[in-house]
Design a protein around this ligand. Structure first.
Ligand SMILES: [Zn+2]
Length: 146
């Protein structure tokens, strides 16, 4: 395959690529090193350090990597955990969850349903009406005031 063929093939791949199939190299260009650590390596920002811990403004929290609508300010509450907390997602398809047995704990990981980026965890000690606590990393969110 000559260089031209390769270029054409690569162009096709780009068109077909959705956020789920981005490479690590792509993500490193899109995200800051801190975001990359949390969102692609399932890291956790230190408690009380995130910019949205105490935010009470009305608006929408989007995925910092792909812009997917994740949470609305109406569902945000003060959990005292040191991370922004929500009792429900913006929509039924906002996030996907999976079992996470890392760090010797049994937790449920929360990922963006559109791009697969790690966002945080969900626990069953939240307030009514859902009883859920979506414990998010501020750095994985992008707040849009309304
Ligand atoms: Zn996303």
């Amino acid at each position: 395959m000559n260089w031209l063929m390769r270029a054409v093939t690569r162009g096709k791949d780009d068109e077909m690529a959705d956020e789920h199939s981005r490479t690590d190299e792509d993500w490193r260009k899109i995200l800051t090193p801190e975001q990359y650590h949390v969102m692609r390596e399932a890291g956790t920002e230190p408690p009380l350090t995130g910019i949205y811990v105490d935010t009470e403004d009305d608006g929408l929290y989007r995925c910092a990597a792909c812009g997917n609508e994740l949470f609305r300010s109406e569902a945000k509450y003060h959990s005292g955990s040191g991370w922004p907390s929500f009792y429900e997602t913006a929509g039924p398809d906002s996030v996907e969850t999976r079992d996470d047995g890392s760090h010797g704990m049994v937790r449920t990981e929360v990922r963006c349903a559109r791009c697969g980026s790690h966002l945080g965890h969900v626990f069953e000690d939240g307030p009514e009406p859902t009883g859920l606590r979506y414990c998010m990393n501020s750095i994985a969110l992008d707040f849009e005031a309304e």
